[in-house]
Design a protein around this ligand. Structure first.
Ligand SMILES: [Fe+2]
Length: 294
């Protein structure tokens, strides 16, 4: 999930990394001491520049390489996934100027569901970077990521995550029946995760059709969640954020489908819904180290 912002067309033409950057498997190992005598001064300057980058700039440069040939439904190569995951695994709250005592993480007085703040760092057609700031009990309701690969790094706090993937070859709507004998507009999904995560923890990744593409987050404590989406949501392209109710497997009966009793808890029926009325995601200006898009 993310705020659907206008793509920054200005940045599109800059989303190509040089071949050197794309093929370098581990920029962190390139210290001045390891540069061979044959290295050109230009290459040395490039390496030194990379070493002196802020973590957020390194994240941006890595995203440019990883998503340069991306698009809806296109998953980056395993090498690129590993590269971006490694950059995010090292990320600390201070790298984006955040700390749990900041106002973003305080519960809103008078609101039952606390408002969530979204800090927008960057967006182009290929990817977006943003941070969700959740006060305790803040909820990002069950939503999808159509055609996307999403990297999520919990910067601090404890967050409960529940996620699902659609079941392939799920029963058609006419075979599903509720207690009144009607056919509800629901689709079968299999649960991927239903657990608490406490920072520091590894970056989690979801894919267009697995890894828990549909998910819901509930903040157990105040949390900061850094999200990289590739590609971002795009309403004009029909890839907007959709919200869902989830119902237990036993809520409906199905002709011709048998799931062993002990596995039923791992399945749920999802039904599309309007954006929840009590969901308040408020955009705020990101004030941490800036991304420079040259
Ligand atoms: Fe999400």
């Amino acid at each position: 999930m993310g705020l659907e912002t206008k793509s920054n067309k200005r940045n599109k033409e800059h989303c190509q990394l040089t071949k050197d950057k794309e093929t370098n498997p581990n920029p962190l190992t390139n210290t001045t001491a390891t540069i061979s005598a044959n290295s050109s001064p230009r290459k040395s300057r490039r390496r030194n520049r990379r070493l002196s980058m802020t973590p957020v700039q390194r994240l941006f440069e890595t995203c440019k390489g990883v998503f340069s040939s991306g698009g809806p439904g296109i998953v980056p190569s395993p090498e690129n996934i590993e590269k971006l995951q490694a950059v995010l695994d090292d990320f600390k709250p201070g790298d984006v100027g955040l700390a749990p005592n900041m106002p973003y993480f305080r519960s809103t007085v008078g609101r039952q569901t606390p408002a969530i703040t979204y800090l927008h760092l960057y967006e182009c057609d290929q990817f977006s970077i943003g941070i969700f700031c959740l006060p305790p009990s803040g909820v990002l309701p069950l939503h999808n990521h159509p055609g996307m690969t999403v990297f999520s790094k919990l910067l601090f706090g404890t967050l409960h995550k529940k996620s699902y993937d659609w079941v392939a070859d799920a029963p058609c709507a006419s075979a599903i029946m509720n207690s009144e004998g009607k056919h509800p507009d629901v689709q079968l999904a299999k649960m991927k995760v239903d657990s608490d995560f406490t920072a520091p923890c590894d970056t989690s990744i979801l894919y267009p059709s697995d890894g828990g593409n549909l998910h819901c987050f509930t903040a157990v404590t105040q949390c900061a969640l850094l999200d990289v989406l590739g590609p971002p949501y795009s309403t004009p392209d029909g890839r907007h954020c959709m919200y869902y109710y989830d119902f237990p497997y036993t809520h409906f009966s199905v002709d011709g489908l048998s799931v062993p009793e002990e596995e039923r808890e791992r399945y749920a029926w999802l039904q599309e819904r309007e954006k929840p009325e009590d969901l308040a995601v408020v955009g705020a200006l990101y004030r941490g180290p800036q991304i420079v898009d040259k």
